[in-house]
Design a protein around this ligand. Structure first.
Ligand code: FAD
Length: 315
């Protein structure tokens, strides 16, 4: 973990906006945010491959015009191998060397993920394919689930120990197949994340595990995302949000406070990486980093000028 020594490795995640105007707005915001020196910015792959062209275009601009080390998400949903290779060849020709390899969710209107003809059934297949076809060209990241994947979470009680262990064992297979880094699903109980890291270490997963932090920007979005991902919400968070849920500014301020406290605890545990699900918004994410004292440091390193190595995690 050479580049993380003494410096926190930061990721900013964005999603592709629906309109051209939205894309231009995103780049203005991204320019301002990148001035704070994140190591990586990542762009999501729309559910079911719905944004493939926009994602590829944004990824290219991020890498070559914004000049930030870019990680593109790629899923297997509705993607025969020719389409997967087309996407990988495109980003390779644009100098992008980082991929977040995902299975993806089932297409809209379907409950279960179904492998498309000539495609892959899970992220493990995709990791294996990338390694076999592109060797070490790409730095590969995969998703990890501190509370287990939502498909195996039963209800309030979460996943059974057995399902959680199975999920972890499968995660290890993704790493053994060539993934360099794990980025986690969002969580709001920091102890669950820290336990997950420990459990991963216990079964021999040694790669960096990057916490996925989703700052709370508004109440409705928070409820929607935590419901979709079946995320546990600690009682104190519910108690704090309930009385202020109709006050947008108060929710945002709480989101900044909570995000800061969560990150403080994570950084204090010795983990020096943060992946911020920005939801294309800058204020809460930057306020958290400012509270943590991480932004000034990053700005300094950018004046060098500083360009991060392709995969800061490779020794
Ligand atoms: P997998 O790693 O394949 O796992 C899915 C589930 O199947 C797990 O429960 C796993 O244990 C089980 N499983 C699969 N194969 C096996 C096996 N052989 N043996 C045992 N168990 C198995 N979605 C998007 O559409 N676009 C994005 O850009 C996007 N970005 C994301 C970024 C992050 C950091 C995360 C955490 C998620 C993201 N997602 C995205 C959501 C993701 O696509 C879904 O969570 C999807 O349902 C699972 O993808 P995966 O790569 O984790 O799947």
């Amino acid at each position: 973990m050479a580049a993380s020594k003494g410096r926190t490795v930061l990721y900013f995640e964005y999603f592709p906006p629906k309109t051209e105007e939205g894309v231009e707005n995103l780049f203005e915001r991204m320019d301002r945010m990148v001035a704070h020196g994140p190591n990586f910015c990542d762009i999501t792959w729309g559910a079911g491959g719905s944004t493939a062209d926009v994602t590829l275009d944004i990824a290219n601009r991020m890498q070559n015009m914004v000049c930030v080390e870019t990680m593109m998400h790629l899923t297997c949903t509705n993607m025969p191998v020719e389409k997967i290779d087309n996407a990988l060849d495109t980003i390779k020709s644009n100098g992008i060397q980082n991929v977040l390899a995902l299975r993806g969710d089932p297409p809209h209107g379907q409950d279960k993920f179904v492998q498309v003809a000539g495609g892959f059934s899970c992220a493990l297949d995709l990791v294996e394919h990338i390694k076999a076809k592109y060797g070490d060209y790409f730095g590969i990241t995969v998703a990890g689930y501190p509370e287990a994947h939502p498909e195996v979470i039963l209800g309030e009680e979460g996943a059974t120990e057995e399902a959680y262990s199975k999920d972890l064992a499968y995660l290890k297979r993704k790493v053994d197949a060539g993934a360099d880094v794990i980025v986690t699903q969002l969580f709001y109980d920091t102890d669950i994340f820290l336990k997950f890291v420990n459990d991963c270490r216990q079964i021999g997963i040694t790669c960096p595990i990057v916490p996925g932090i989703m700052p709370i920007n508004n109440y409705k979005g928070f409820v929607r995302m935590t419901g979709f991902c079946k995320t546990k919400i600690p009682a104190e968070i519910t108690a704090a949000l309930d009385p202020i849920k109709d006050n947008e500014e108060a929710v945002k301020a709480y989101g900044i406070h909570l995000g800061t406290e969560m990150c403080k605890k994570i950084l204090a545990s010795g983990i020096k990486t943060l992946h911020l699900y920005t939801l294309n918004m800058e204020k809460t994410a930057l306020a958290i980093l400012m509270n943590l004292g991480l932004i000034e440091e990053s700005k300094l390193s950018r004046t060098l000028p500083w360009r991060p190595p392709t995969n800061v995690f490779r020794v």
